[in-house]
Design a binder for this molecule. Structure first.
Ligand code: FAD
Length: 365
């Protein structure tokens, strides 16, 4: 008998899971998305960076799926004809503490099996990115890249809707799950029977967990990342400060907080961001941080800081920060509860990790 598998959530994670199920012919897939567009939330509101996995704790799911997902994502984007650049990223240190942190980050990357990162001289960075202030130390990650996430989502949709046994349905909001009867209800498309549900609802995955009768005390709090554009012609790179988690006396749980960085998107815009502020609600995408704060944050990176007229508010995305019984959970939380597979706290590097997460999830079906 063919299994009926309902995936709740049409972001990059749900889309990759749908593709992996269809590739392995594990059943009929119903991808249910509440918004009128796929990827409307976090999947289209991020830095679009294909991370190498330098900063995640060795042995964590984030480290494992980021390293594996890096390779799989490049293959997938190539296969889908999605624009991307693999020009690497520069990590720059300006204080003695940051110099120590750069070495710690490289040790961490080696332990986490993230390849292609090495120390480079400040002169080498300046040769490629002359607008920078001369750092005290620097590193280069050659497997880091950047993609066009909107085209990725659209291409995944096109690939899926042409498959037998795959049904991509939106807008279609799941509002009730009866786990005992194996039925779910949607706001605008009625009921459906299922054999397995995959909860890939991103910011809303704690709501789905509770809807399915889950007993653990999960809560997802949205942490906003705002971006500004910077009108800047002579810049084409990814520049990151040293991850804060490696600084002496750092909070080691802050593994996804890389600080404000500068990057040139595949489309050509230069972005500053993301900030890290608590959002009022899960789809609060307003930009409230004033431009002066962004200018201040990048001023230690560059010789000439942007003027107020050079920066413009761009967009914001919300990190789905997971808490269990009030305690922050720092890793992805992926588990099966009866016939429902839940994915909670899929924050960065979820865009990179999505194909590897999908392989893991299908191994649980
Ligand atoms: C500021 C920021 C920067 C980031 N930068 C990077 C980066 O550079 N590189 C990287 O690898 N990762 C990055 N990430 C992380 C990455 O964007 C996410 O991990 C990834 O997009 C998560 O995808 P998802 O499919 O789990 O979630 P989402 O894209 O949020 O998809 C979940 C979907 O579920 C739908 N849904 C919810 N409830 C229901 C319901 N009841 N019924 C039907 N559908 C429902 C939602 O509408 C949504 O479309 C960043 C994240 C943020 C916030």
């Amino acid at each position: 008998m063919t299994k009926t598998i309902a995936i709740i959530g049409g972001g990059v994670v749900g889309l990759n899971i749908a593709l992996a199920i269809s590739d392995r012919k594990l059943g009929d897939v119903f991808l249910l998305e509440k918004e009128p567009y796929l990827g409307h939330h976090t999947s289209s509101r991020n830095s679009e960076v294909i991370h190498a996995g330098l900063a995640y704790p060795p042995g964590s799911l984030k480290a494992r799926f980021c390293v594996e997902g890096n390779r799989l994502t490049y293959d997938l984007l190539t296969n889908l004809n999605v624009p991307f650049k693999n020009d690497g990223k520069w990590i720059v240190a300006y204080t003695e503490d940051e110099v120590v942190a750069i070495d710690r980050m490289i040790e961490n990357a080696t332990a986490a099996k993230a390849s292609g990162v090495s120390r480079v001289t400040p002169e080498e960075v300046l040769q490629v990115v002359p607008i920078l202030r001369k750092p005290k130390a620097a590193a280069f990650s050659k497997t880091t890249g950047i993609m066009d996430a909107s085209t990725y989502i659209e291409s995944m949709k096109m690939r899926l809707i042409n498959r037998d046994g795959v049904f991509v349905i939106f807008p279609c909001e799941v509002n009730e799950i009866d786990a005992a009867k194996h039925t779910l209800n949607t706001t605008n498309r009625g009921d459906m029977d299922y054999d397995i549900i995959i909860n890939a609802a991103g910011l809303f995955s704690d709501d789905i967990y509770r809807m399915a009768g889950g007993k653990r005390d999960f809560q997802i709090k949205p942490y906003k990342g705002e971006y500004y554009t910077w009108r800047l012609d002579n810049f084409d790179a990814l520049i990151y400060p040293v991850p804060k988690s490696f600084l002496p006396k750092a909070d080691a749980t802050q593994t996804s907080n890389f600080g404000i960085h500068m990057h040139k998107a595949v489309g050509g815009e230069v972005y500053l961001g993301p900030s890290q502020v608590a959002a009022e609600f899960k789809d609060d995408y307003t930009i409230n941080t004033p431009p002066e704060e962004f200018i201040e944050s990048v001023s230690y990176l560059v010789k000439e800081k942007p003027s107020i007229d050079d920066v413009m508010p761009a967009f914001a995305g919300n990190r789905p920060k997971l808490f269990e019984s009030g305690e922050a959970v720092s890793d992805f939380e992926i588990f099966r509860d009866g016939d429902i597979i839940h994915l909670l706290g899929i924050e960065s590097p979820g865009l990179t990790a999505a194909p590897a997460i999908a392989n893991y999830v299908v191994s649980m079906i």
